[in-house]
Design a protein around this ligand. Structure first.
Ligand code: SIN
Length: 327
């Protein structure tokens, strides 16, 4: 009898609801994220018998509190795990709230030589119908089968590509969308049904070397500003006025613009002032599936087709890359 060779997968824990605990399991909305470590998350998974898991708790946070140090710790752990000859893939357990930003960051800092899969949960680990164990099982399964380069998010029986994925609801365990084109794969009848779609083209963004990103104490400060009815530009004027007194001066603004990336006249004037003072401004749309278009008034900003959250990460990496180039 030939014994099947066990596959090694590294599981990195970042916290989130998947590692959260509710004071009263029957009231799962009242919980603390990131209470459990990865060892607790894998202990009841039967599927792990077919795998050999190396585990590491990188952070135990609510992902709303993500800071540069957390991202640096994650990047360096991913780099170390990818460098292990025996490792087939890396799975990351992460909070849902900034998951798309981390997924974008990891994609932008790639390509990685092995599959990289993020997973999460909408219900804490001790809720009666906790979705975390199923999602982690699916993520491990996808990671063990995936031979694609790229960064994926697995949640609620769906595989999303990092450049498409967006959290769109707080009220369902199926919290993510890949937009109108649909997701990469779905779990149907005990197997992955891969949609016949190719990776949507990523806008190649300049990014710093991994070594530079890991060593930089501060990453450039980029803020998101939303246009809305009655917008008088006060937020941008406030950002400019306080910039010098902050530890990290304002380096960029991503406009989450109305419609195809527009701003009120007053906000446009304030953004123009920001550009004049050396702040980089990018335009995106605040619509969930919205794309900023060239028809938007662009003399004060650069169009991006990314969502505002991903564009914020992309602009931060671009500015960091420029800093590295100048150093
Ligand atoms: C978090 O993002 O860490 C909390 C929310 C979640 O995981 O659903």
């Amino acid at each position: 009898m030939t014994s099947k060779k066990l596959q090694n997968i590294t599981v990195l824990g970042m916290g989130g609801t998947i590692a959260g605990l509710a004071g009263d399991p029957n009231n799962p909305k009242e919980y603390i994220a990131g209470e459990l470590g990865v060892a607790d998350l894998i202990k009841d998974l039967s599927h792990v018998n077919e795998l050999k898991l190396d585990i590491l708790n990188v952070a135990q946070i609510n992902s709303k509190d993500m800071q540069v140090g957390h991202w640096q710790a994650l990047l360096s752990s991913v780099q170390a795990a990818m460098g292990q000859a025996h490792t087939h893939a890396v799975v990351i357990t992460h909070g849902t709230d900034t998951l798309e930003e981390t997924a974008y960051l990891l994609q932008a800092m790639g390509p990685w030589p092995k599959p990289l899969v993020l997973t999460c949960a909408m219900l804490p680990a001790n809720a009666p119908h906790a979705d975390g164990p199923g999602n982690l099982k699916d993520a491990l399964n996808w990671a063990s089968q995936a031979h694609h380069e790229g960064v994926f998010v697995v949640c609620a029986g769906k595989v999303h590509a990092s450049q498409d994925v967006q959290k769109i609801t707080t009220e369902s365990v199926d919290a993510f969308t890949s937009g109108p084109e649909g997701c990469w794969a779905t779990w149907v009848d005990g197997q992955w049904n891969i949609q016949s779609k190719s990776m949507s083209p990523t806008q190649l963004q300049p990014r710093p070397s991994l070594a530079y990103a890991l060593a930089a104490k501060h990453w450039p400060r980029v803020e998101i500003v939303t246009n809305h009815a009655l917008n008088d530009g006060a937020v941008v004027r406030g950002l400019l006025a306080s910039s010098d007194s902050e530890e990290t001066p304002l380096a960029g603004i991503v406009l989450a613009g109305t419609g195809m990336g527009t701003a009120s006249q007053a906000l446009e004037q304030a953004l123009q002032k920001a550009v004049n003072s050396g702040v980089r401004v990018w335009l995106s749309s605040r619509c969930i599936f919205g794309l900023a278009h060239a028809q938007a008034n662009t003399h004060w900003g650069e169009i991006t087709l990314l969502s505002a959250a991903k564009a914020r990460t992309a602009l931060c990496l671009r500015l960091l890359a420029e800093k590295e180039h100048q150093s």
